[in-house]
Design a protein around this ligand. Structure first.
Ligand code: ZN
Ligand code: ZN
Length: 330
């Protein structure tokens, strides 16, 4: 099959992915073979190909927002030809203390699609059959793909931040995940305050119903109940913290941050403000979010790249040059 293979991690401008021929994957017991119809591009893929996340094994195929069609290992629930989604969490051990607590997102021995096992920047992929999800029929392949990480993890961020209906919520950074998260917040009748660099991102936020939109150095005009940060920048986390009311929560939706700058505890964290990270996802997050997405008719804005341009797709994400989500089609 054709695939985008990571040889040595390096800056994406140096084209770390090689478009080449890889052996067709073979499903083992409890696994399915999928023909990839589309695969979303996530900032985590960028951290993998650039090496901020250390390589798990050589020759990795990234991609963890896979819309696929079952072509092997079919089950009663997912017959041949069924359209399914695969996410970042590709498996758990089921036996560690976190799995036993029902916190599978924190599993000690997780499988991560497109990181510890090959992902969806390819014509075919294998996935555990207990970690795939049926997709809303109303959404075509291209528009379903970004829901599978950008959407689900954004949704989990709102849960981690403890968002309640009608609250004031800040979104710091406005890429693929935030542009889906705002739709959920609008459905919950929240006021949404968006702080982001890039004129086109600000325009998109305004068109999607933000109450207020500002650039990365402007402060929202009101104190926020909750905030979610999406940029891989500690400065953005501090800006979010500085905009909270007492008792407010910042959820950091980023698997990697440059660093956290020193900050003033008395002014920024005192008053029971909280800083929380968002790690991975659970299958319940996926099911609940996909059901909600269907109910509110969530439709991402997408830019399509052919598999041959996987490096270009990642470069566009890195440079904030995509409004909404980038999707690769093999
Ligand atoms: Zn992701
Ligand atoms: Zn576990």
């Amino acid at each position: 099959m054709k695939a985008a293979v990571l040889t040595t991690p390096k800056p994406v401008s140096q084209r770390p992915l090689r478009i080449s021929t890889a052996p067709d994957p073979q499903p083992g017991p409890g696994q399915m073979l999928l023909r990839v119809r589309a695969c979303g591009v996530c900032r985590t893929d960028l951290h993998i190909v650039e090496g901020e996340l250390p390589p798990k094994q050589p020759g990795m195929i990234p991609g963890h927002q896979i819309v696929g069609e079952v072509v092997g290992g079919a089950t009663k629930q997912f017959p041949a030809g069924a359209r399914v989604g695969v996410c970042w969490l590709g498996g758990i051990d089921g036996t560690c203390p976190y799995c036993k607590r029902g916190e599978e997102n924190l599993c000690d021995s997780p499988t991560f699609t497109g990181y510890s096992v090959p992902g969806g920047y390819a014509e075919y992929a294998v996935a555990r059959s207990d970690f795939i999800f049926p997709l809303p029929e109303a959404l075509d392949d291209l528009h379903a793909a970004p829901l599978l990480c950008a959407g689900i993890i954004g949704f989990r961020s709102l849960r981690v931040a403890g968002v309640q209906p009608e609250e004031r919520v800040g979104l710091f950074g406005f890429g693929a995940s935030a542009h889906l998260t705002i739709a959920v917040l609008r459905a919950w009748k929240c006021e949404v305050y968006v702080s982001t660099r890039g004129e086109s991102h600000r325009k998109l936020a305004a068109s999607l119903g933000a109450t207020w939109v500002g650039n990365e150095i402007e402060k929202p005009p009101v104190e926020l109940d909750r905030a979610v940060t999406f940029a891989p920048s500690g400065d953005v986390v501090i800006a979010a913290l500085a905009s909270l009311r007492k008792g407010g929560v910042v959820a950091i939706n980023a698997i990697h941050l440059d660093r956290i700058p020193q900050f003033d505890y008395d002014r920024l964290l005192w008053g029971e403000r909280q800083l929380r990270s968002v790690a991975n996802m659970t299958r319940a997050d996926a099911r609940d979010f996909l059901a909600l997405a269907a109910q509110i008719n969530l439709r991402p804005k997408v830019t399509v790249f052919p598999l041959e341009q996987a490096n270009e797709a990642l470069l566009a994400v890195k440079n904030d040059a995509v409004d909404g989500a980038a999707v690769i089609v093999p």
